[in-house]
Write a protein that binds this ligand. Structure first.
Ligand SMILES: Nc1nc2c(c(=O)[nH]1)N[C@H]1C(S)=C(S)[C@@H](COP(=O)(O)OP(=O)(O)OC[C@H]3O[C@@H](n4cnc5c(=O)[nH]c(N)nc54)[C@H](O)[C@@H]3O)O[C@H]1N2
Ligand SMILES: Nc1nc2c(c(=O)[nH]1)N[C@H]1C(S)=C(S)[C@@H](COP(=O)(O)OP(=O)(O)OC[C@H]3O[C@@H](n4cnc5c(=O)[nH]c(N)nc54)[C@H](O)[C@@H]3O)O[C@H]1N2
Ligand code: SF4
Ligand SMILES: [Mo]
Length: 686
């Protein structure tokens, strides 16, 4: 018999701004290849190395394919297979018993393991709303930057990524685009070929910095000072679009005065770079300004993971307005465009079901402080102790800050933990039940994006492997067992995909092409129209002032500023490793082989001072813990800053730890986000 070959259109589910459209080739029911969709302009037929190995992940011999029940101590990862009915009956009974006392003792924990709107928060959210469980404040990645944008531009909106190809000066600010935003990098390359100048602002000399014309290796958490010094130079030289400032901004006079306090010399001392680098960048901006050429900033989330991260985004977001860069479609700034998507969240998540739960306003638990919160006793301020956790689309034991506390929390014998997963991750190892979830090749989903402005549909390419079930199906069955009879719990996944967007987003086109483009303007703020309360770009924020904060962007020191603790003289950042996606793919052998071992990049001076040679095993430590890894001595690290590339599975690392052993749970100035890159350490040979 000749084999039947089918090609199914899907969407990359990962937490990546590129949201690629992909085509899965299926031969006799087996997915043999996943490739970029050539018809989708943003994908351009190319996937990153990680996802082009998607079949290796899907058919991985260690996929969890049956429900599992724990038979060893928590954290040891010893389980026995059990039937679905037995597992779900027991889970439902345990949750019901807790909910009868207080449903807020139950906490869902999820993030963007899949960015899909359906396998993310649809039936799951309905379930926890109807239950009256504690709500999760989903802050772990982007909420400081989101708040910074919200207070300045009015929302998560910005340039269309494709127009970076026409920019003349591109500031790549806190983003290793080659590693984490490959499809943006294609446009930056195009601009470079056309003669644009590329400048990278990043403490680490990344692969991206290597390919830019200039690299400002600032100290972590000093971005706001740099932004002010650039404003200082624009003011000093008159590179200001007075018409745009007058019509489309509020708060210019006080911002101007504040900026004049930040000479390049003053900022340079704080940022740890020569002042000439700042003046040269300002001159590049001035030259483009005078020639009316577009200046564009690609911000990414890497620069908002320190104490002042939210205000740093505010400061940077002022620059395009004072330069009038928004007038061009190839000018302005892009951090996220997710605000452009008319997602019908209420239809998907049904917060109205809270009314039936008996707990109309459940407490909010910050996912970034899960370590502390799992260890917190009941109290009037906190509410009940957390007695049950249901984890899906996330691996908190590896990714949440201050692992020591997170692990201690997950190891509590009186905590009932259910984990929906593809693999026995560090988190799943602590579960009472692990439930096998389907991957993107096996289920329906629909996707917005934070890097482009197209909606994507993902159709299942193959049948679920083993006994795996979509997240939605698992929560439907739990809902039935808890007696939740609202008809919304019966919506199937294709129906949920259709509910996610209003009718203007053409579902037939999605079924046919796999994507549709939103009708967004080419230059969103060319004529102002900022979605702030004033309708203008808010250089000064009355909303923040009303909350007792500084109305202007603040320059805030790190929680753990260099020099503040003589025992720990080095600042550590922990940006992504290129071949992992957060902690996803660490267990895919071919990708782990490329990354090799957990690495700490260290500058030759800092290494020599400690007798550390390239390739040595080292211990990185502070009061919170010790992390063992391999030193890579070289110029990727600047003096005084070490780079602990993330995020390894603890159990696949060198001594059962990863870099989050060292990070802490203090939060950002805005957005209640974690401050992973605001962390002091010392290093010694192991
Ligand atoms: N390959 C790969 N791609 C990814 C991910 C991954 O893990 N691997 N993660 C995905 C996720 S979840 C996200 S949120 C996105 C975005 O993820 P980001 O966190 O933006 O990741 P990067 O592109 O590595 O950019 C971060 C850069 O910021 C630098 N940096 C650290 N501290 C500072 C600072 O204080 N100031 C400045 N200016 N720079 C700083 C780091 O050295 C790093 O090069 O990427 C996504 N894409
Ligand atoms: N030190 C340090 N820590 C960091 C960061 C850093 O830069 N440095 N980055 C932070 C950032 S930006 C983020 S976004 C977080 C990311 O943290 P997480 O959102 O936890 O991301 P992942 O580590 O990729 O884990 C996602 C898990 O979801 C599972 N999954 C994927 N699809 C499905 C599905 O359909 N169903 C189910 N049930 N499971 C699924 C995957 O198998 C994977 O184990 O980490 C943060 N932690
Ligand atoms: S991880 Fe990013 S670049 Fe890679 S396939 Fe997915 S969306 Fe595209
Ligand atoms: Mo993220």
């Amino acid at each position: 018999m000749t084999p039947t070959t089918r090609r199914i259109l899907g969407a990359c589910p990962h937490d990546c701004p590129d949201t690629c459209s992909f085509v899965t080739q299926v031969v006799d029911g087996v997915a043999v290849k996943v490739q970029g969709n050539p018809a989708h302009p943003q994908t351009g037929g190319v996937l990153c190395t990680k996802v082009s190995r998607y079949t290796e992940r899907t058919y991985h011999p260690q996929r969890v394919l049956t429900p599992l029940r724990r038979i060893g101590p928590k954290g040891h990862g010893r389980f026995e297979p059990v039937g679905w009915d037995e597992a779900l009956d027991d889970i439902a009974a345990r949750l019901k018993a807790i909910a009868t006392r207080d449903p807020q003792a139950i906490l869902p924990y999820s993030y963007a393991g899949t960015m899909g709107l359906v396998q993310g928060e649809s039936i799951a959210a309905r379930f926890f709303h109807r239950l009256g469980a504690s709500r999760l404040d989903r802050t772990i990645c982007a909420s400081a930057g989101a708040a910074g944008l919200e207070y300045t531009l009015g929302g998560k909106l910005g340039m269309r990524v494709e127009f970076f190809a026409e920019s003349r000066l591109i500031l790549i600010w806190g983003s290793n685009s080659i590693g984490s935003n490959l499809h943006f990098w294609r446009y930056a390359q195009e601009a470079k070929r056309q003669g644009a100048k590329l400048v990278c602002i990043d403490p680490r000399r990344t692969e991206t910095a290597d390919k830019c014309h200039d690299h400002l290796a600032i100290l972590p958490g000093t971005d706001a000072a740099l932004a002010y010094a650039l404003m200082h130079e624009c003011i000093a030289h008159g590179w200001l679009d007075h018409g745009y400032i007058a019509r489309h901004t509020v708060g210019w006079p006080p911002l101007r005065d504040r900026a004049l306090e930040w000479s390049p010399e003053r900022a340079a001392a704080l940022c740890g770079i020569p002042a000439e680098q700042i003046t040269r960048l300002a001159q590049d901006m001035g030259r483009c300004f005078e020639r009316q050429e577009p200046i564009a900033i690609r911000l990414n989330y890497g620069m908002q993971r320190t104490h002042g991260g939210g205000n740093a985004v505010r400061a940077v977001a002022c620059l395009p307005a004072i330069l009038g860069a928004w007038r061009h479609r190839a000018g302005g700034l892009l951090l996220s465009n997710s605000g452009a998507f008319p997602v019908r969240r209420d239809a998907l998540q049904r917060p109205d079901l809270l009314a039936q739960s008996g707990v109309p306003h459940p407490r909010l638990i910050n996912m970034s402080t899960i370590g502390d919160d799992l260890l917190r006793p009941a109290s009037p301020e906190f509410g009940p102790r957390i007695e049950a956790l249901v984890v899906y689309n996330s691996n908190p034991v590896a990714v949440a800050p201050e692992s020591g506390k997170v692990v201690a929390g997950f190891a509590r014998d009186d905590l009932f933990t259910v984990v929906l997963e593809h693999f026995l991750t560090d988190t799943a190892d602590h579960a009472d039940y692990v439930l096998p979830a389907t991957t993107q090749l096996e289920h329906w989903d629909i996707h917005a994006s934070y890097g482009h402005t197209d909606v994507l549909l993902n159709r299942p390419a193959i049948e679920p492997l083993g006994q795996a079930r979509p997240n939605t199906q698992i929560f439907r069955e739990l809902a039935r067992r808890l007696g939740f009879d609202n008809p919304c719990f019966a919506d199937d996944d294709e129906t949920l995909c259709r509910q996610a967007f209003p009718a203007e987003v053409d579902f037939d086109a999605l079924l046919r092409d796999g994507f549709v483009s939103l009708p967004v303007p080419e230059a969103p703020f060319a004529e102002g129209g900022f979605p702030t309360p004033s309708g203008k770009c808010e250089l000064f924020s009355e909303r923040l002032q009303a909350m007792g904060r500084d109305g202007l962007p603040e320059v805030l020191p790190n929680h753990e500023a260099i020099g503040s603790d003589v025992r720990y003289p080095l600042a550590m950042i922990s940006p992504p490793a290129r071949h992992f996606l957060n902690s996803t793919f660490v267990n895919v052998q071919s990708l782990r082989d490329v990354e090799g071992e957990p690495v700490l990049e260290i500058h030759p001076h800092d290494a020599a001072a400690r007798g550390i040679a390239d390739g040595d095993r080292v211990t990185v430590f502070n009061d919170r813990g010790c992390y063992e890894c391999v030193a890579r001595v070289g110029l990727r690290a600047r003096p005084g800053v070490v780079n602990g590339l993330g995020i390894w599975w603890r159990k696949l690392g060198l001594n059962g730890t990863n870099v989050n052993e060292l990070t802490h749970q203090r939060l950002t100035d805005l957005g209640r986000a974690p401050t992973f890159y605001d962390c002091l350490v010392e290093v010694r040979r192991a």
